[in-house]
Write a protein that binds this ligand. Structure first.
Ligand SMILES: Cc1ncc(COP(=O)(O)O)c(C=O)c1O
Length: 387
């Protein structure tokens, strides 16, 4: 008897998810030989000393499974850094966990706390993994817009979205894609709002060291009422120009960390050992992260100065490595079509903000990434000067 091969049909858990705009725009940028200011990663090398530190760890034989929560020296380095910067002491043993990037950290936190039917608030525009993560956990996504164009939080709208079924809220500062940051007052308002509730906070702080003009990063760790309910998430990839290494970290109170680790343990179990040791040794010199604002602020200023001669309206870039512009004076096209036109005709790729809204809300704003060599930025600016 011959057996007819049969592939069972999958009923998609994520029917709305397709190829992301980032993949589409990067492919188009490559095809058209455009300068890719779309996807958010550096085109320059990391510090060779960081590579040496990882190389040394490998040669020392640090190549087997690390402890489930991450290697202790790295957890201790993170705990010491948070205490020095934000005055909050997390226990390296019970409150810090090393993850496979911030992406895995956020999914793991959501899987640990969200049950079918729970509501989770996201503030749009938002990073593209949040909504599918909530859906995978069986949660209901409650979308609350940041104020269009200014991207400030609207606390009345956030308050109105909180119900007895709200399990968590995701907050991201410095913010991708808008490049805005939350002030201490914003954080205090959130603290007040959540105080009478049992709502968890997932605080996505992957751009924590990219805050400009002398301002401070207002981590949830600084606000006791927030820290007590928060998973504070960061990413070594963003901080040390090694996005491909995919190593992140979560700081959370011991009770939250215990549940987080149950999911982490049976998801990835552990994360790359020599990279963790290398990062721990490299972090011993604080200037390596404290110097980041000056490094990126110079790129931001170069890029903004170049754009100032165009008809784009420049929105503020207070943090992260993004610059948003309003395109209204340049084109009547919707954001997504404008980005395709810009890539094809002008030779510079950007990302439409509509890609960060579940309903593709279009406010005539697109995002550039300036985490690029100065020469790359200058080439892009030469091309954009025509607009
Ligand atoms: C807001 C935000 N959160 C999380 C991530 C993911 O970080 P990682 O590469 O460490 O997974 C990114 C990456 O672009 C991001 O912009």
């Amino acid at each position: 008897m011959t057996i007819a091969p049969r592939t069972p049909q999958i009923q998609s858990k994520l029917p709305k998810v397709g190829t992301t705009i980032f993949t589409v725009m990067s492919a188009l940028a490559a095809e058209k030989n455009a300068v890719n200011l779309g996807q958010g990663f550096p085109d320059f090398a990391c510090d060779p000393l960081l590579v040496d530190a990882v190389d040394q760890a490998m040669r020392e034989g640090l190549n087997q499974y690390p402890p489930m929560a991450g290697v202790l020296p790295l957890r201790e380095a993170v705990a010491a850094k948070i205490e020095a910067l934000h005055g909050k002491r997390y226990s390296a043993a019970d409150e810090i966990t090393i993850t496979a990037g911030a992406t895995q950290a956020i999914l793991t936190a959501i899987l640990a706390i969200v049950r079918p039917g729970d509501e989770v608030i996201v503030l749009e525009p938002c990073y593209d993994s949040y909504i599918p993560n909530i859906e995978l956990a069986g949660g209901s996504v409650v979308r609350v817009p940041l104020v269009p164009h200014s991207f400030r939080p609207d606390f009345d709208k956030i308050a109105a979205a909180i119900t007895p079924r709200t399990r968590a809220i995701l907050v991201n500062s410095p913010h991708n894609p808008s490049a805005t940051i939350w002030s201490a007052e914003d954080m205090r308002k959130l603290e007040e709002l959540l105080a009478p509730t049992d709502v968890f906070l997932i605080s996505d702080e992957v751009y924590e060291h990219m805050v400009y003009d002398g301002r401070a990063h207002e981590s949830a760790a600084r606000f006791p009422g927030l820290a007590a309910r928060a998973f504070v998430v960061s990413s070594f990839g963003k901080t040390y120009h090694v996005t491909g290494w995919k190593v992140g970290v979560v700081a959370a109170p011991a009770a939250l960390t215990a549940e987080f680790r149950k999911v982490h343990q049976f998801n990835v179990f552990t994360v790359n050992t020599p990279v963790q040791h290398g990062l721990a040794r490299y972090m011993a010199e604080p200037q390596r992260y404290l110097g980041l604002p000056a490094f990126y602020q110079a790129k931001r200023d170069l890029f903004r100065a170049g754009l100032a001669g165009t008809r784009f309206e420049l929105l503020p870039s207070e943090g992260s490595f993004f610059q948003c512009v309003d395109i209204s004076a340049v084109s009547d096209l919707p954001e997504a079509e404008f980005c395709q036109w810009l890539t094809t005709e002008i030779g510079v790729a950007a990302i439409p903000l509509s890609a960060f809204y579940a309903d593709n809300f279009d406010q005539r704003v697109v995002r550039f990434c300036y985490a690029k060599e100065d020469a790359t930025l200058r080439t892009a600016l030469d091309r954009l000067a025509r607009l």
